[in-house]
Design a protein around this ligand. Structure first.
Ligand SMILES: *Cc1c(COP(=O)(O)O)cnc(C)c1O
Length: 428
C-alpha cells in the first residue's frame, strides 16, 4: 500500500483510494465469478416467489410481492452540494433502499433472496414443489410451514442482515437464530425477538459472531448458515438491484454514456451489498457505470483489502483502527474475500468518512429532504464531493449523475433517530 495512504489511514483521517485494477468490462467479464445470467436467475427466483410473498407480507401486496425502492431526485441536497463545489453539470439522486418494505434496509433484497434459495431447494428436494413452474403459493399452506419449521436458518450480523433473514425466514415458517455482534442496536434485537427469532448476543465483533454461527450450522443438516462473507445467493440478491436500474434511470430521464457517467455511492461493510449492486450495475449498464464505496475511518475493510492486495486476509485492527463506529451497519474490519476478488477489477474507488461527518450527513438528509437515514446509509451522501475532490481522470470534463444509495433507516425508532440528530447538533 502507498505510504501516504497508510499513514493517513493509521491516523484515522479520511482517505481516498483509486482502484488501479479497474478494467474495461470486455477484458474482465469472462473471468468474473458472477455473470449477468446468474443475476437474472436470482431475479427470476424473486419473481416466482412474489405471489407467495404478497400473501405472507401485506406490505408487499401493493407491489405484487416485489421488494423494490424508488430512485428519487433530491433537489435541496443537490443545491447544497453545488454550493459546496460539486460541478454545476452534475446531478444527484437518491436510491431509497432505506424505505424498502418489511425490513427498511438494503439487506431486504439480498437476505430475502438467500432465504428463498434455501426454501426453494428444500421444497424441491422434499417434493413440496415439482419444479419452477409449480404454484409457489402452496408454500404458505400448513404442510409446507410445518416442513420449514423443522429447519433453522442461522446468520451472523451487525443488525440489518439478521433483521432481514429473521423477518423473511420467520415469515415462511423457518426457525431463525441470529448471532449479533456488539454493535447491533437493541431495537433490532427486540424486533427480531418479537417475530420469534432467537437472538444470541456476542461481546465480540462481527467476524466473531459469524464464526460461531458457521460452526454451529456445520454440525446439523437442518441448520442452514447464511454466510455474509461468502454467500453467492446473498450477493446475487443484492445484484438484482442492478438489473432493475435501467428502467428507473429511464423514468428519471437519466442517460448513462461515456460522456455522462453514472457514479454509484455505496456504503460498505463486509462488501456483499455494495459489491452485488456495483457488479449488477456494471454488467447491465457497462463501463459508464462507476462504483465508489464509502467506509468509516475506523472500519475500512474493502478499501484495505484492495489497497493491500491482501483481500480477505487483512483487518483494520492491524492498522491500529478500532472497528468501532456510529455506522453500526458498516462496523466491519475484515472484508469478504469473495467480494474483494470480484471488486478487484470492477470497483472504481473507495473512501472513508469520520463518525462526525456521518452524523452531519444524517442531519443533512433530514433537514434538506426529510429523509430518515441511519448513519450507515448517510455515508452515501459523502460520495459526490469526495469523488469530485479526488480529480479522477475518468470524470474529468464530464457531467456525471450521482446516485447516493441510502441503505437503511426508515424503521429507526423515533427516540433512536432523535438521539442521532442530537449528536449531530440538530433537532427532529
Ligand atoms: C449491511 C449494510 C451496509 C453494507 O453492506 P455490506 O454487505 O455489509 O457491505 C450498508 N448500509 C446498511 C444500512 C447496512 O445495513
Amino acid at each position: 500500500m502507498d505510504n501516504a495512504l497508510e499513514a493517513a489511514l493509521r491516523a484515522g483521517q479520511s482517505v481516498f483510494f483509486t482502484n488501479p485494477g479497474r478494467a474495461p468490462l470486455v477484458t474482465v467479464a469472462g473471468s468474473l465469478a458472477v455473470t449477468r445470467a446468474d443475476i437474472e436467475v436470482a431475479g427470476d427466483r424473486l419473481e416466482r416467489f412474489a405471489p407467495l410473498l404478497a400473501e405472507l407480507f401485506p406490505e408487499l401486496a401493493p407491489a405484487g410481492g416485489s421488494v423494490e425502492s424508488a430512485l428519487v431526485p433530491v433537489p435541496v441536497l443537490e443545491r447544497r452540494l453545488h454550493a459546496a463545489g460539486l460541478p454545476a453539470g452534475d446531478r444527484v439522486f437518491l436510491k431509497a433502499d432505506h424505505a424498502l418494505p418489511v425490513v427498511g434496509s438494503v439487506k431486504a433484497r439480498g437476505g430475502l433472496h438467500a432465504v428463498l434459495a434455501v426454501a426453494e431447494a428444500l421444497a424441491l428436494a422434499d417434493g413440496l414443489l415439482s419444479g419452477p413452474r409449480d404454484e409457489y403459493r402452496r408454500l404458505g399452506e400448513p404442510a409446507a410451514r410445518d416442513f420449514f419449521a423443522g429447519h433453522t436458518l442461522s446468520v451472523g450480523s451487525t443488525g440489518n442482515l439478521g433483521l432481514s433473514i429473521g423477518v423473511f425466514g420467520r415469515g415462511l415458517g423457518f426457525g431463525v437464530t441470529v448471532h449479533m455482534s456488539a454493535e447491533a442496536r437493541a431495537w433490532k434485537k427486540e424486533k427480531l425477538r418479537r417475530v420469534g427469532a432467537t437472538v444470541v448476543e456476542h461481546p465480540g465483533d462481527y467476524a466473531a459472531a459469524c464464526a460461531v454461527a458457521r460452526e454451529e450450522a456445520a454440525r446439523s443438516p437442518r441448520r442452514h448458515f447464511i454466510d455474509d462473507e461468502n454467500s453467492l445467493d446473498l450477493l446475487l440478491g443484492y445484484a438484482v438491484a442492478g438489473l432493475r436500474l435501467p428502467d428507473q434511470l429511464a423514468a428519471c430521464r437519466i442517460a448513462v454514456s461515456p460522456e455522462h457517467p453514472l457514479c454509484l455511492h455505496l456504503p460498505c461493510g463486509v462488501g456483499g451489498a455494495p459489491g452485488g449492486i456495483a457488479l449488477g450495475a456494471r454488467l447491465v449498464l457497462g463501463d459508464a457505470a462507476q462504483a465508489y464505496f464509502v467506509e468509516p475511518t475506523q472500519a475500512p475493510a474493502l478499501l484495505l483489502g484492495l489497497a493491500t492486495g491482501r483481500h480477505g486476509g487483512v483487518s483494520a485492527a492491524v492498522y491500529g483502527l478500532t472497528g468501532r463506529t456510529v455506522a453500526d451497519g458498516l462496523a466491519v474490519s475484515r472484508p469478504s474475500e469473495l467480494v474483494c476478488r470480484l471488486m478487484a477489477s470492477v470497483l472504481d474507488g473507495a473512501h472513508t468518512v469520520s463518525d462526525a461527518a456521518l452524523l452531519g450527513h444524517v442531519a443533512e438528509a433530514w433537514n434538506d429532504e426529510a429523509l430518515r437515514l441511519e448513519p450507515s446509509a448517510a455515508a452515501a451522501l459523502a460520495g459526490p464531493l469526495a469523488v469530485r475532490r479526488a480529480n479522477l481522470p475518468a470524470l474529468a470534463g464530464r457531467a456525471a449523475t450521482h446516485i447516493c444509495w441510502a441503505t437503511g433507516g426508515s424503521l429507526l425508532p423515533d427516540a433512536e433517530f432523535a438521539a442521532l440528530l442530537a449528536r449531530a447538533g440538530t433537532r427532529p
